[in-house]
Design a protein around this ligand. Structure first.
Ligand code: NA7
Length: 548
């Protein structure tokens, strides 16, 4: 991977027009936002850094990339026709299939004509005199819009750790979140994968099948549960086609936006045998369902320990070398407080002769060398290095844009001690700026597509309301924002989530404040709150007429 080439400016470098809205990003969120605004008769333009639609699913093309939410649920629900005409092929959709879907959506709703590709938004400045946003791009565009809608994604600012020596490495290196479009063939190579999060856990089994030798450099082991992926049966598809309205409603009113089936029992009130049966049953089902085996797994450490020990026992049963199994078994944080992974053959990959696990907590990576990587105990000769090292989650993509609100105040500065929003949708001091699935909303703790649709609909309805009532501005009040931030923290502190050094907590980025960023109150509860606030005339927001 190399730095992006400098881009030529497009014709008509400055765009004088004033749009109703600029949307930043053409993933699931940006595409649907454009569709909704068009339907309401607003003018809108999307700026997208990639050369195609897809967002996360455009960039994350690493081997084995797949969604860990089931395909039937991880899809738009806004169009009955779309719902009927698109057929998912597998329980968990692969990245190429999701990208095909998003391209289909873009074509079907004729969205591409309002998307400017290969254009990264660099700044969004609120002009208090003209009462509009001025958006700047790396192509030299400068466009005005009444509303600026950030559809920039929660896991889009890829993070390559600053290892000494990377620039002298003679081999090739990649980040999973910026995978080359043409793919990579590791056949016969010595490959190092750094990181053991979801991206590594999906790609390691595939890379191991190609490489002559694969070294997996692990800092923190992750809990992973089997996907049991496979083709969707005609019966499942037929059932979905018949009942999807009902299933979608169930998801919208649920905790995580997926069919989760949360037990009402405590893990501590049942016998060890019953507990084991429940975990085994969930393990057979696969996916996140294990977290719903008991009602208190994310609230009670003792209850959680029983589930964590169950997964560790599975790791020991799969991995033949007991020392490797122990290294792969997470111990220092509760199950699910770092994003649980969903895999196909991850642990079994460590039974292969051509795979070596390196615990970098014991032998830290010291530097990248011309020929590979030096850890404190050994030097590893590598042809390629894969950084599966994650993202500056939730705030990274927003803070990478120079966003300035009233009085020229920078969002990055406002968030220097952690993100502050009202509902995860708006920020006090930044009128008419919306953040789809922003920090302080369920976002990454939910089925993202469902949460995106909810935010997009809320924002679209809000813009229609402003127009109808002749308001020019909407802005979160400081009080409402303070109350919301306190509520987000209060709910998080009821759970075990703050106990982990996770990217939910900003812990993976050196210097980032440790604040639990998503809202864990549940998507159903959250939706009700958002709807109530809108129904009460946007309580907690200041609405003002032009020029006021
Ligand atoms: P994650 O889940 O953030 O995983 C990144 C991994 O990289 C994780 O194991 C990190 O260890 C490791 N890492 C990060 N920096 C380093 C350094 N400097 N040295 C060694 N190891 C490092 O990102 P993914 O892309 O896998 O998944 C992101 C989300 O996408 C996922 O949760 C799903 O929602 C889909 P750490 O745990 O920080 O010790």
């Amino acid at each position: 991977m190399s730095d992006a080439p400098s881009k030529p400016a497009l014709d008509g470098v400055e765009t004088a027009s004033t749009l109703d809205a600029v949307i930043v990003g053409a993933g699931f969120a940006g595409l649907y936002m454009l569709h909704r605004l068009r339907g309401l008769g607003f003018s809108a333009r999307v700026y997208e850094a990639g050369s195609g639609v897809g967002g996360t699913w455009f960039w994350n093309r690493y081997p084995g990339a797949r969604c860990d939410v089931e395909s039937l649920e991880y899809s738009y629900s806004f169009s009955e026709e779309l719902e009927r005409e698109w057929q998912w092929t597998e329980r968990y959709a692969s990245q190429p299939e999701i990208l095909r879907y998003l391209n289909h959506v873009a074509e079907r709703f004729d969205l591409k004509r309002d998307i400017q590709f290969e254009t990264r938004v660099t700044a969004a400045i609120f002009d208090e005199t003209a009462n509009c946003w001025t958006i700047h791009t790396d192509r030299g565009d400068r466009v005005s819009a009444k509303f600026c809608i950030m559809a920039t994604g929660c896991l889009s600012a890829a993070k390559v750790p600053g290892f000494k020596g990377l620039e002298i490495f003679h081999g090739k290196w990649y980040h999973t979140g910026h995978w080359p479009q043409e793919g990579v063939d590791f056949t016969g190579q010595r490959v190092g994968v750094i990181g053991t999060g979801s991206s590594a856990i999906q790609s390691v089994p595939i890379i191991a099948g190609q490489a002559s030798h694969l070294f997996v450099f692990q800092r923190t082991p992750n809990f992973s549960v089997p996907a049991h992926n496979g083709p969707l049966s005609p019966e499942v598809i037929e059932d979905w086609n018949e009942h999807h309205a009902e299933y979608r409603h169930r998801d919208r009113t649920s905790a995580f936006g997926i069919n989760f089936e949360m037990s009402t029992k405590s893990a501590l009130e049942v016998s060890p045998e019953e507990r084991q049966r429940a975990y085994e049953e969930r393990w057979r089902r696969g996916g996140f369902s294990v977290v719903g085996a008991f009602a208190d797994l994310i609230f009670n450490k003792e209850a959680n320990d029983t589930a964590a020990e169950f997964v560790r026992s599975k790791i020991r049963a799969i991995v033949r070398d007991s020392a490797v199994a122990e290294t792969l078994a997470p111990r220092d944080y509760p199950l699910a407080t770092k994003r649980i992974c969903v895999d196909t053959g991850y642990y079994a990959t460590f039974n292969r002769d051509n795979v070596t696990l390196v615990d970098v907590r014991v032998t830290p990576i010291e530097e990248i060398t011309a020929t590979g990587l030096r850890a404190s105990n050994a030097e590893y000769t590598l042809d390629s290095i894969v950084f599966a090292t994650g993202f500056d989650a939730m705030t990274g993509a927003l803070c990478n844009i120079d966003i300035r609100g009233r009085g020229g105040a920078a969002l990055k500065r406002k968030w220097s001690e952690g993100p502050r929003t009202y509902l995860g949708i708006m920020v006090a001091g930044f009128p008419n700026l919306f953040t789809i699935t922003g920090p302080g909303s369920p976002s990454v703790l939910s089925n993202m597509v469902l949460s995106i649709e909810q935010h997009v609909n809320w924002i679209a309805d809000c813009l229609a309301y402003l127009r109808e009532h002749q308001f020019a501005n909407i802005e979160a009040t400081v009080n409402a924002e303070n109350d919301w931030v306190a509520h987000v923290n209060e709910v998080a502190n009821f759970t075990l989530f703050p106990l982990a050094n996770s990217w939910y907590m900003g812990a993976n980025i050196p210097g980032k404040p440790h604040v639990f960023m998503p809202y864990i109150g549940g998507v159903g509860v959250y939706r009700q709150k958002c709807d109530k606030i809108a129904a009460e005339g946007y309580k907690g927001f200041a609405l003002s007429a032009p020029g006021s």
